[in-house]
Design a protein around this ligand. Structure first.
Ligand code: SAH
Length: 476
């Protein structure tokens, strides 16, 4: 067997990123864009000792789960790894991904997992769900400015103004921005030389308020003929905030440090309203959030309502509890917890996010939530080791701890301190099933029992999945 050889294989499984997995002469092959059930001819692109990678050359017999992808660019873009898979089957894939992680990495018995795991919460509409889009700007073949996305693993911009995961409004905004750039006769940014002005367009949309935000990221300090851009953009219904962000560094990071609002408000407002979602219910008052260009905010607001309802249902608060919300971002979950608890303490590493969290608490007249800047693995042990009395005692032995860490999961020091605090319940919200399973295993070895697991699809057509897990303390 060698590189570039053409092999025939049947795809029998799917890997964690949605790639197809098949076997050929005892070797396992990972094949991007191949779906479970496909029979294909593929070209070997890389060979290792026991496995290899291959690219689809021809689909001999398509999987019965194959659908016509809505976006003709989906293979080149790489953002929607599983768009060609029927949505129902995407949900099966994600449910299994969470289940398998708990069994393989977490070491839990399949019978236990099947017993406590509820069916994944799917989306009603797996397209047009993102409230945030970031389009790089470059120069097209004809020399005109274009906006689009980077082709997978490259820095070549493929022009597209209508990503099917984003809102329709993106299209009219990009049309105006590109027309303005052309009019200015100013060059877009060139990644290779570090020269040129226009880098990215960031767009945010409030699903409940219909407010729009546009932020133009430039490699410089001033926008030429700024009034012309404003004039064009404010014709678009819902335009609420226009700003310029300055990023003069040669970096892949999209936003620079300073942002200047040039028209309207420096933020848009959106609401999250927990609803009765059928089999799990947790109604609360709507919470308003101010979102600035830099704020972290969940990108799928419809599914976020379901995710938080589930986290709250698992927390089972009655009004008196003390709760820690670790990795709290701008306080999104904390403010819902605060409506149902006695006191909530949020911890987050990004200072700006904590500033937003405090502002959002005030905006919603929530007074029983307190926020701390720092790493969860440092803030929590500091409090614990300092000890406390009175209210402080509740803080060290909370009723519930909620965590929502980034992909790498929780730090060991954070997990150890959580165990020492002995909360009655731990609610683990996760965007990566592998690290979630690793951490849940550790917590269960430390005296907790796995009670409930449910996946929520926040990112239809991509391979990502969100999970909420409930653990409770085993009494000794
Ligand atoms: N719960 C929030 C945010 C979740 S995203 C929401 O639902 O909106 C994870 C958050 O963890 C990010 O805001 C990130 O900045 C923060 N974070 C990353 N590492 C951290 C650490 N070590 N300690 C505390 N927060 C951290």
């Amino acid at each position: 067997m060698q590189k570039n050889e053409i092999i025939s294989l049947k795809i029998e499984d799917m890997g964690v990123d949605g790639e197809g997995i098949g076997r050929y002469e005892g070797m396992t092959f990972f094949v991007k864009d191949a779906l479970i059930g496909d029979e294909i001819r593929a070209r070997i692109t890389k060979l290792k000792k026991n496995y290899g990678y291959a690219r689809v050359e021809e689909i001999i017999s398509p999987s019965r789960f194959r659908v016509e992808p809505w976006c003709e660019l989906h293979r080149r873009c790489g953002g929607c790894q599983i768009q060609a898979l029927a949505y129902e089957q995407q949900l099966v894939f994600k449910q299994n991904k969470v289940r398998d992680s708990l069994i393989r990495i977490g070491g839990f018995a399949p019978e236990l997992v099947d017993d406590i795991m509820d069916p994944i919460v799917g989306m009603e509409e797996p397209f047009r769900y993102r409230n945030k889009a970031q389009f790089p700007i470059g120069r097209g073949k004809d020399g005109n400015p274009v906006a689009g996305f980077y082709a997978a693993r490259t820095h070549t911009i493929i022009p597209v103004t209508d990503c099917k995961l984003g809102v329709r409004e993106n299209q009219s905004i990009l049309k105006e921005v590109l027309a303005y750039i052309k009019e200015c006769h100013t060059a877009p940014y060139d990644e290779n030389t570090g020269k040129g002005l226009f880098r990215h367009v960031l767009i945010r949309y409030g699903f409940t308020t219909k407010e729009l935000m546009v932020c133009l990221v430039i490699n410089g300090t001033k926008l030429p003929a700024q009034e012309r851009l404003i004039e064009r953009l404010i014709k678009i219904p819902g335009m609420t905030s226009i700003s310029v962000n300055h990023n003069t560094k040669k970096t892949n990071v999209i936003l620079g440090e300073t942002t200047e609002c040039i028209w309207g408000k420096p933020y848009i407002t959106d609401y999250i309203h927990l609803r009765n979602t059928g089999d799990f219910s947790c109604e609360g008052t709507a919470v308003a959030y101010h979102i600035s260009p830099q704020s972290f905010y969940q990108v799928n607001p419809v599914q976020t309502e379901k995710l938080y309802s589930l986290a709250l249902a698992y927390a089972a608060l009655t009004g008196k509890e003390t709760v820690w919300d670790l990795y709290c971002g701008i306080g999104t979950i904390s403010l819902f917890l605060a409506q149902k608890a006695g006191k909530v303490y949020g911890v987050e590493v990004v200072p700006q996010a904590i500033r937003d969290a405090r502002e959002n608490a005030a905006l919603n007249q929530i007074t029983n939530a307190e926020f701390f800047v720092g790493k969860a693995e440092e803030v929590l042990p500091e409090f614990y080791e300092r000890g406390g009395s009175g209210d402080g005692e509740d803080m060290l032995h909370p009723d519930v701890i909620v965590v929502d860490p980034p992909r790498k999961g929780c730090d060991e020091k954070c997990l150890t301190t959580m165990l020492r605090m002995q909360p009655g319940r731990i609610v683990y919200v996760s965007c990566d099933p592998a690290t979630m399973a690793r951490d849940v295993k550790r917590l269960c070895e430390g005296g907790y029992a796995l009670k409930k697991v449910r996946a929520v699809d926040q990112f239809g057509n991509t391979g990502h999945v969100e999970t909420v897990v409930l653990m409770s303390r085993v009494q000794d």
